[in-house]
Unconditional design. Structure first.
Length: 416
């Protein structure tokens, strides 16, 4: 028995027992020392630059709130932390990229991804701000290797390349409620992504509105796409997707293009209006459905099915011109092509195994359906036709399958 400092007896404890008692306290202290810093909420106005504010976020992320103001930049802003949100104050938060060497305005990617291709960031969000560029700048927003990226309420305009460029943002990218305008390449350019949602956006006067390449499961719904220099939506090497409920108007090229091994895609309930090239071009698309769309004033064609495409259904669509009743419509000739009354139907060029049923073809300036000799196994049935072929010779057929192998046209009302 030993005496404590106050003289009372104290049991003897072996040194090994003392260490065991201290061990939990030592482990707890070590764990506390290694706990990551908590996410932060930062006001960008407290920093000299926006980049300094972004860099002040800990590895655990947080939010940077950018107050109203014009923020001129000459080199890319970079977000390197996961679990991060960049929040503006609406369009009054304006980041203007004055770089003229092709650099993006905002780069979102994990550190070291140039050396480690598997590096990833998770859950980065950007919302409620404007990012503009110039003809010599790069992308507006460039994101590489960001999982579950969420872009909402952003205005992205006047960039020298793409407005928004998502590369290998594989898991669940979302772009919603944004306005993407006047970009020299695509408004939204998506490569190598999966389970994609593009919903409720405005696209205006980009080269193409939306391009989706080498992806899976695109949902493009409720977007307004207008006045594009080339195409509206271009999808390549992608399957299992839906493009529905979009308003696509006045493209100099084609409203929707499917190419390079597309399959299992539904194009439905879109209004496809006034395109100089055409409505939907199935260049390389198999097992796809084109249904319940309205094709109005499509100059080149309503739907084209090319030689690499087949097993497609074209049903329940309206192919029409500008007729509004009482013989009223646009003039047949005008100073600009967009002012001319026109309407194209279905064109088959080497396609195989195509069903065309339950459509209305009215007021077209050429055939409702035309197939070439390389086309095989087409069934055209149960369609309604009226006032087609206004630019064809008198008495010309409105459904032409001459030479198409093993093809049938039957029970079409009004057909010549």
């Amino acid at each position: 028995m030993e005496l404590s400092p106050n003289g009372s007896p104290e049991p003897r404890v072996e040194p090994s027992v003392k260490l065991l008692r201290l061990a939990p306290l030592l482990l707890a202290s070590a764990a506390f020392a290694q706990t990551p810093e908590k996410p932060k909420r930062l006001d960008a106005s407290a920093f000299l630059t926006l980049q300094a504010a972004f860099d002040a976020l800990p590895a655990s992320g947080g939010i940077v709130v950018i107050p109203p103001g014009d923020y001129d930049i000459t080199e890319s802003l970079r977000i390197r932390t996961a679990e991060t949100r960049i929040e503006g104050s609406g369009a009054s938060t304006h980041i203007h990229n004055r770089n003229e060497t092709g650099e993006p305005a905002l780069v979102i990617e994990p550190p070291g991804i140039d050396k480690d291709k598997k590096a990833r960031l998770w859950r980065v969000q950007v919302g409620n701000l404007r990012i503009s560029g110039n003809p010599k700048s790069g992308d507006g927003i460039y994101a590489h290797g960001v999982q579950e990226i969420f872009l909402q309420g952003v205005s992205v305009d006047h960039h020298g390349r793409h407005g928004i460029h998502l590369l290998d943002c594989y898991e669940d990218p979302r772009v919603n409620d944004s306005i993407i305008t006047y970009n020299a390449a695509s408004g939204l350019h998506i490569i190598g992504c999966h389970d994609i949602v593009v919903n409720g956006n405005h696209f205006e006067e980009n080269n193409d509105a939306l391009t989706c390449l080498d992806g899976f499961n695109l949902c493009a719904n409720g977007n307004n796409i207008d006045d594009h220099l080339r195409h509206g939506i271009v999808i390549e090497n992608t399957y299992g997707s839906v493009v529905s409920g979009n308003m696509i108007e006045e493209c100099n090229g084609t409203a929707i293009v499917l190419d390079r091994d597309c399959y299992g895609i539904t194009l439905s309930a879109n209004v496809i209006a006034h395109h100089l090239g055409g409505g939907i071009d199935l260049r390389d698309a198999n097992g796809c459905s084109v249904s319940a769309n309205t094709f109005v004033l499509c100059h080149g064609f309503g739907v084209r099915v090319g030689p690499a495409s087949g097993r497609d259904a074209i049903s329940g669509n309206a192919f029409t011109n500008s007729f509004i009743g009482q013989a009223q419509k646009r003039p047949t000739e005008d100073k600009t092509p967009m002012g001319i009354d026109a309407g194209g139907g279905v064109v088959l060029e080497g396609a195989k195994d195509v069903l065309i049923s339950g459509n209305t073809f009215t007021g077209l300036d050429r055939e409702a359906v035309r197939a070439d000799a390389a086309t095989e196994r087409v069934l055209v049935s149960g369609n309604l036709l009226a006032e087609c072929g206004s630019k064809l010779d008198a008495g010309a057929k409105w459904i032409v399958l001459d030479g198409a192998k093993d093809s049938i046209a039957r029970e079409n009302l009004g057909a010549k």
